[in-house]
Design a protein around this ligand. Structure first.
Ligand SMILES: *Cc1c(COP(=O)(O)O)cnc(C)c1O
Length: 406
């Protein structure tokens, strides 16, 4: 491995965690840090100068989703959007009709899962739908889980860890037929799939700036006009009295620029990233006892998630970092927990296999050369780690056998 130092390059392959701010987005933000610093709620000219771009940004986000401007609310992040949508809608339903049942999936982002768990402590019951070995919710199983107490369905559009895309239009159709509000966390989906909230019967949709080359700390929530949703952040009259707090005009302008850029180029992005992803998958799966996590067909164009037998994901990440590659693993070691990812367990993997995971996620700044470099480095590192692994010895001598999960 050491001879490859001359090949050293930097590859950022963790775009599902966050993305670089694009120059165009930064350019759209800078005026609001310089001359247009007024508060959009102020009546004098300097304030009103900031008001028009705020409303323009709202119209842009709405147009990109097939929504109306008065259905878009700006928030501080995707997590806030998820919290607001789920708590605000569930509590409103409970107050109006006593309904207290929520349906979600087992592999949602923690922004959704932990929000549902918080509502369980308030007395709601939650059904966590199976996502099966392919990482996809079955709309028929969703329909079977609906009761006369169901207040809300929340199913993510695309999974952040294994990249699988859910049948959102079918799920929306089921919810509409049963007259149940439907929320989707579309943070990973924006820019990768064509979204039309009306055609797909989506009642609420969360998005976040920093997954689409806008800055961290800004998000948006679409709420269908007329859907009762309680206010989440009490305060001033901003966001039509629904979400207090002086608007982060610069970040909102950046978000609007990013979503316009992301949705205008969906087809080009899919056409560019898919061959990179597929070459990566083909190359990585040549490594013995490796697997792709989740459906290959219904997956984000820039996402590839793998497990390797006999490997610790954390060690793999550290060695990749030493080779200039930023990637991520499913296990939540950084949070001080050795539990493997709930997403990998939800698709039926045992702990031992889930621990050996690697997620590589591409964005607008990755190239085919990045793929080639990853394919050069990863097999060497896997070999090196396996050479030191007692588990790999046990696997090779047949003392333990995980091949049925591969
Ligand atoms: C990143 C992410 C979030 C959280 O968004 P933040 O803006 O970081 O709070 C929520 N859901 C999914 C699917 C994500 O990938």
């Amino acid at each position: 491995m050491d001879g490859s130092q001359s090949n050293f390059r930097k590859v950022y392959a963790d775009n599902a965690a966050t993305t670089a701010v694009s120059p165009e987005v930064l350019g759209a933000m800078l005026p609001f840090y310089k001359e247009i610093y007024g508060n959009p709620s102020s009546l004098y000219a300097l304030g009103q100068e900031a008001k028009a771009p705020l409303e323009e940004a709202r119209a842009t986000v709405a147009a990109c989703l097939g929504a109306k401007p008065n259905e878009i609310y700006f928030t501080s992040c995707g997590t806030e959007s998820d919290n607001w949508a789920i708590k605000g809608c569930a509590r409103a339903q409970q107050k109006r009709s006593g309904k207290n049942h929520i349906i979600t999936s087992a592999f949602e982002h923690h922004a959704v899962l932990h929000t549902c768990q918080a509502l369980e402590r308030e007395g709601f019951t939650v059904t966590y739908l199976d996502v099966h070995s392919n990482g996809i919710v079955d709309p028929k199983e969703l329909e079977a889980a609906i009761t006369d107490q169901t207040a809300l369905v929340t199913i993510m559009y695309a999974n952040n860890e294994i990249g699988t895309i859910q049948p959102i239009a079918e799920i929306g159709e089921v919810c509409k037929r049963h007259n149940i509000p439907f929320h989707t966390d579309a943070v990973q989906a924006i820019g990768n799939v064509h979204i039309d909230v009306k055609a797909q019967n989506i009642d609420m949709l969360s998005l976040s700036g920093h997954k689409i080359h806008a800055p961290k700390g800004v998000g948006a929530l679409y709420i269908r006009a007329g859907l009762p949703v309680q206010t989440f952040m009490d305060g001033g009259a901003q966001e039509r009295n629904k979400r207090g707090g002086t608007e982060n005009v610069a970040a909102i302008a950046g978000l609007a620029t990013a979503i316009r850029r992301a949705t205008d180029s969906i087809d080009q992005r899919v056409a560019r990233l898919t061959p990179m992803r597929d070459k990566l998958i083909e190359g990585i799966l040549k490594i013995e006892r490796s697997r792709l996590n989740g459906s290959q067909e219904h997956r984000l164009p820039g996402n590839a998630s793998f497990c390797f037998q006999g490997i610790e994901g954390e060690s793999l990440l550290l060695l990749l970092d030493m080779k200039g590659i930023s990637a991520s693993s499913g296990s939540a070691c950084t949070s001080g927990s050795l539990d493997p990812s709930h997403v990998l367990l939800s698709i039926g993997l045992p702990h031992e296999v889930a621990h050996g995971s690697l997620r590589l996620s591409f964005g607008d700044y990755n190239t085919m050369e990045d793929v080639d470099y990853i394919l050069e480095v990863v097999p060497q590192i896997i070999q090196r780690l396996r050479n030191m692994s007692p588990l790999w010895d046990a696997i090779q001598t047949g003392k333990v056998d995980y091949d049925r999960f591969m």
